[in-house]
Design a protein around this ligand. Structure first.
Ligand SMILES: NC(=O)c1ccc[n+]([C@@H]2O[C@H](COP(=O)([O-])OP(=O)(O)OC[C@H]3O[C@@H](n4cnc5c(N)ncnc54)[C@H](O)[C@@H]3O)[C@@H](O)[C@H]2O)c1
Length: 398
């Protein structure tokens, strides 16, 4: 049987990682079944519509749904597959430790539908060592296991483009599983990079922690200079101008979302909570909302009873995902100051239309710079850590 005929199922398949991966394999001719416990998302997908925004995914879905791709809530569908991919969530707990039991619970729940001759692929971002634990679970239940860990590294919203252009890290617990996983991912990835399972688990966590630190240093510098009344972006632009070593310096912004924070904490838990830079990054990134509320309070001369608008609730621009977004922390902090908070985000149902918010707000916080907000010129005092709106105040020249 040729590689292209391999039947693939993706567990957690209607999520942000599962859909791009399923579409990628389906577009290469593989029969793909997305298994997900979220019935609404399954129904929506089978009807040809995406449960969230993902560039380029609509066209692929229309081309393949009902043909090489379909979704189901039935876990037993895993039994008919040759490849079973797990991409369910991997959060940290209230003590910022990885909830390894979440991964094991899902795998254990699917054991009745798994066979020793299937290739099982873990694709969620997992704590180092979890692939080996899963191997033990599979071996105990099935006698033997063909297990690979092949982490997803796409950036949300650009998953379709990136899944075909990024190299794929491939690791496995046996040479047979390694060869099979490499052959499988060669069908969609432009390059395969081989690592051991723990190396691949660490590579994924380090990638996300690095990104979180990049945002933290920009946010720290933003707070250092803005507190003294200087314009962060005037200084940043000067730093970067024709200076290659600063070319990739990040802009400031509310750095959040479902991955960067929790993966930085996973890496710290792996290092006995002694990832000091990671924890400092968390303090900086999580402290930015407090700083912004303080900036607005100073500009308005107080927040009590004032009507404050937050524009943009998603955790990144031009995306509809509000998971772990720091705009909601800004909202909470404003409410603690007894401000009346108005919310608007055209991607988020139930929020105010932009015009209604602008007509009522006495002060604004730019939560995320969706394209539709970039050309606004707010008439009221505002804070914009993203640097998209011209500043009304001249920076000190000393
Ligand atoms: N979102 C990203 O861009 C991204 C990128 C790289 C890696 N990751 C990692 O991928 C993993 C998944 O992230 P996500 O953003 O896709 O999460 P998600 O919440 O969007 O998707 C997870 C899906 O799993 C489903 N699910 C949960 N339990 C299930 C079960 N028992 N059976 C079937 N379905 C089940 C949910 O309904 C949901 O649709 C995480 O480890 C994350 O860190 C995410």
């Amino acid at each position: 049987m040729g590689l292209q005929n391999k039947r693939i199922c993706i567990i957690g398949g209607c999520g942000h990682v599962g859909i791009p991966l399923g579409l990628a394999f389906a577009s290469r001719g593989f029969p793909v079944t997305l298994i997900d416990c979220n019935r609404a998302a399954v129904d929506q997908l089978n009807a040809g519509s995406l449960p969230f925004k993902e560039e380029g995914a609509d066209a692929l879905l229309r081309a393949h749904v009902g043909r090489t791709l379909h979704a189901t809530t039935d876990p037993a569908a895993a039994a008919q597959q040759e490849v079973v991919v797990f991409v369910t969530g991997t959060p940290v707990d209230e003590h910022l430790n990885p909830r390894v039991s979440d991964v094991l619970k899902v795998v254990t729940a699917y054991l009745p539908h798994l066979r020793a001759d299937q290739l099982v692929v873990l694709r969620s971002t997992i704590f180092p060592g979890v692939t080996q634990i899963v191997e033990e679970v599979l071996k105990k239940a099935l006698g033997s296991a063909r297990l690979a860990f092949c982490p997803e590294r796409i950036v949300q919203g650009k998953g379709i483009e990136e899944i075909f252009s990024l190299p794929q890290l491939v690791s496995a617990t046996s040479p047979e599983a390694q060869a099979e996983a490499e052959a499988l991912f060669s069908a969609i990835a432009k390059k395969i990079i081989r690592l051991s399972t723990t190396e691949a688990e660490l590579a994924k966590l380090m990638t996300n922690a690095w990104r979180y630190l990049e945002f933290a240093i920009a946010n720290q510098f933003y707070m250092i200079v803005e507190k003294q009344g200087f314009d962060f972006y005037k200084i940043l632009d000067a730093m970067k101008d024709d200076y290659p070593r600063a070319a990739h310096f990040a802009r400031a912004g509310l750095a959040a979302g479902p991955c960067l924070f929790k993966d930085t904490m996973q890496l710290s838990a792996f290092h006995s909570n002694e990832f000091f830079l990671g924890h400092s990054a968390m303090l900086v990134n999580e402290g930015l909302p407090n700083f912004l509320v303080g900036q607005l309070e100073a500009r308005l001369g107080g927040l009590k009873g004032r009507r404050i608008g937050i524009l943009g609730l998603a955790f990144k621009p031009d995306n509809d995902d509000i998971r772990e977004s720091l705009s909601f922390k800004v909202k909470k902090l404003l409410e603690l100051k007894m401000a009346e908070v108005l919310l608007s985000d055209h991607y988020v149902a139930g929020t105010l239309p932009l015009d209604a918010l602008l007509a009522q707000a006495e002060g604004l916080v730019l939560g995320v710079p969706h394209a539709a907000y970039r050309d606004l010129r707010p008439a009221c005092p505002f804070v914009d850590c993203w640097g998209v709106w011209p500043r009304p105040d001249a920076a000190p020249t000393m």
